[in-house]
Write a protein that binds this ligand. Structure first.
Ligand SMILES: [Zn+2]
Length: 319
């Protein structure tokens, strides 16, 4: 009698557990398929994207930006607002991450446009990544000096801007053939010894061309360079292109521009913003330029950073 009574009880308990497990995993699956705007994406699309980005060591913020970029409404959002938007939507998640890891927050500062000015020398004395324009008169000289001082060096590859009037030699255009892009990138590698990565100089037109960026990653796959998207457009196709070309190197994305305005008060505020972001998500990548105002702020602030902030090289950043 007893065994007859127990059996249906056990069966219903097991089915309850199965039901609970199924609804739990379903809600987890859907939690991952919501984009930052709360729009539902198809589970297969989102999981495919996230899987691909994880494979590529791409931060989810980048994945989010790609998803956002594909949304027509969000095309109206300015580039700087993207970072602000990211901060807002990911705040809780990032705070949890940093509390759990209990590590110091990492700050990476990249100074672009090196190779033209005497001010480069003051920049090279700072603990920053040196991004050198390959066609600039002092490209090789600056690379050698920066390497002697233990700085990380990257190629600051000119890419076509929308409506840009000032075009550097060897600027990459989306319409170029694979052969032309190969040649320009290999020339840049020759011009800049010790380079371990690449970021884009301007490039709002080029980086928003999927086809153009696929050619770039096709070439980069034959090198050991990583790529930092300077994010000069809200419509960047960099991550999608890297995914489609199965780019083997690391991919990064700029968080903050330090000196869109050349006054020290503004630059201080932008640096504070980068520090704040680094505390929240574990790291932040800031890009500046060799302006005297930027150098003044960095000379003052980088020697006196809070204890929980650690300056590292881009190549040391694991996402
Ligand atoms: Zn530049």
């Amino acid at each position: 009698m007893l065994s007859i009574k127990r059996k249906p009880y056990a069966i219903s308990l097991v089915s309850l557990l199965i039901l609970f497990y199924l609804s739990f995993s379903y809600s987890i699956a859907f939690a991952n398929t919501k984009d930052p705007l709360g729009l539902r994406l198809s589970p297969s699309y989102a999981s495919k994207q996230l899987f691909a980005y994880n494979q590529l060591n791409v931060p989810h913020s980048a994945a989010d930006n790609t998803i956002k970029s594909s949304n027509a409404v969000l095309d109206e959002i300015s580039v700087n607002n993207i970072s602000a938007f990211y901060e807002k939507t990911h705040q809780k998640q990032d705070e949890m991450k940093i509390t759990q890891s209990n590590e110091s927050a990492k700050l990476i500062i990249v100074i672009d446009d090196i190779g033209y000015s005497k001010r480069d020398l003051a920049v090279i004395d700072l603990p920053v990544t040196i991004a050198i324009l390959p066609q600039s008169p002092y490209a090789k000289e600056r690379a050698i000096l920066a390497n002697e001082k233990g700085r990380e060096i990257i190629i600051h590859q000119p890419m076509r801007a929308k409506g840009g009037r000032f075009v550097e030699d060897n600027t990459l255009f989306a319409e170029m053939s694979q052969g032309q892009i190969d040649e320009i990138i290999h020339d840049a590698i020759e011009s800049i010894p010790f380079a371990v990565g690449m970021n884009n100089h301007t490039g709002s037109a080029m980086t928003s061309s999927l086809e153009g960026m696929q050619k770039v990653f096709h070439t980069l796959n034959d090198t050991s360079l990583f790529f930092l998207d300077s994010l000069t457009t809200g419509k960047s196709q960099v991550y999608t292109a890297a995914e489609q070309e199965m780019f083997a190197g690391k991919l990064f994305q700029r968080d903050v521009f330090l000196d869109n305005e050349q006054n020290e008060h503004y630059i201080e505020k932008q640096l504070d913003k980068a520090i704040h972001l680094a505390r929240k998500k574990g790291y932040a990548i800031a890009i500046g330029h060799p302006y005297q105002t930027t150098i003044n702020v960095l000379e003052r602030r980088l020697n006196d950073l809070p204890d929980d902030i650690q300056i590292i090289k881009l190549s040391e950043l694991s996402l």
